[in-house]
Write a protein that binds this ligand. Structure first.
Ligand code: CP3
Length: 325
């Protein structure tokens, strides 16, 4: 994850001149920013430069992305009326620039690495729409879910349909894999996940059924709900650092791939600790196929670029000598 590609000086220079949304809406510039980490760090995949909130503009949501805060929704959803007024996303007319950015990025990458498209999962999007901005306790979100189930289900229904269509459009435009970000799902109990979320995340994934496209299901704080997430769908499950990767694999089953699971804060330490923590993850993985080495959540803005480069080199070296591809 590099949502904070913001830690790259090359990115900061571009951001000094353009807002985040401006970058997203300029396909050539977006392609340039998307490929930066591949060129500078040597990572094995590119993730489209966009934000989970971007497509919501197309369904009638006004927001901005504030420095150091993240998405801020102008008029948070409070009742049935406000949810009912949301429209359904038409990707080709609402977010044509996303599809154009995918084509431009594919050209620039020239098959060096795959391009990952993405969307926010219905729950995580709903939490921003209801709370207005990032929260610690998700009280407003859960209150609406418990007290106003009809409104909740209508919102999740609308979001899942729009996000399924959005992902499918990204794949049609050339995305080689997709990732569904349910960043804040760990605030729910497994039982509530089952009732209020699972059917909708399942619907998002169902839009790609029958397509030979790897689907990554991302979440944090999910140690107790991996089996529920598996039911919702995906080929790869992203785990944070709160669960050892071998334990997560036992819970998920060995027919699924795993992405993770280094704590992003480790990258603020010295190279010795980075190596120890990374080697521990890779040892726990052993010779199992289907591991995407990654951080458990977004990279921190103050991360030294040199540490990330060393991490990428170390993982490549380690897995090569272990005889893995
Ligand atoms: O952190 C989370 O998981 C929350 C949900 C989320 C947001 N955006 C809200 C947000 C997720 C998963 C994203 C995805 C995202 N945003 C991606 C793809 C995945 C990845 O991480 O690579 C990308 C490329 C973006 C683009 C983006 N959004 C950047 C580069 C930044 C920060 C720097 C900048 O240039 O302004 C954002 C802002 C943003 N969106 C934040 C959050 C929580 C962070 C706000 C901050 O701390 O500055």
């Amino acid at each position: 994850m590099r949502q904070a590609g913001r830690f790259l000086p090359e990115y900061r220079k571009i951001r000094d001149k353009h807002s985040l949304i401006d970058i997203c809406k300029d396909p050539e510039l977006c392609a340039e920013v998307t490929t930066l980490p591949v060129d500078v760090l040597g990572v094995d995949a590119a993730i489209l430069f966009a934000d989970i909130m971007l497509p919501l503009e197309g369904i009638g949501v006004k927001f901005n992305i504030a420095d150091g805060v993240g998405p801020v929704v102008t008029s948070p959803l409070i009742d049935f009326q406000s949810v009912n007024s949301l429209t359904t996303l038409e990707p080709d007319s609402d977010v044509p620039y996303v599809m154009e950015a995918i084509s431009a990025t594919k050209k620039l990458l020239d098959s060096r690495v795959p391009l990952i498209g993405f969307c926010g999962a219905p729950f995580t999007l709903a939490s921003y729409l209801i709370e207005g901005l990032r929260t610690r306790d998700f009280v407003k979100t859960k209150k609406l879910m418990y007290r106003n189930p009809e409104t909740w289900h209508l919102l999740m229904d609308k979001l899942s349909t729009s996000m399924g269509t959005y992902l499918r459009a990204q794949v049609n435009a050339g995305a080689d894999a997709v990732q569904v970000f349910d960043s804040w799902i760990g605030c729910l109990s497994p039982a509530d996940y089952h009732t209020y979320v699972l059917p909708y995340s399942q619907r998002v994934f169902s839009y790609l059924e029958g397509r030979a496209i790897p689907r990554i299901h991302f979440g944090t704080g999910t140690a107790t709900m991996l089996d529920e997430m598996r039911q919702a769908g995906g080929d790869v499950f992203s785990i944070d650092w709160r669960i050892p990767i071998d334990v997560a694999w036992q819970k998920l089953g060995h027919d699924r791939a795993i992405q993770g699971n280094l704590d992003p804060v480790v990258l603020l330490a010295g190279s010795d600790l980075i190596r120890v923590k990374t080697a521990d993850i890779l040892t726990r993985v052993g010779n199992r196929p289907g591991h995407i080495f990654n951080l458990g959540h977004g990279i921190l803005p103050e991360t030294p670029q040199e540490n990330v480069k060393q991490l990428v080199e170390f993982v490549h070296e380690y897995t090569k000598t272990r005889g893995q591809p």
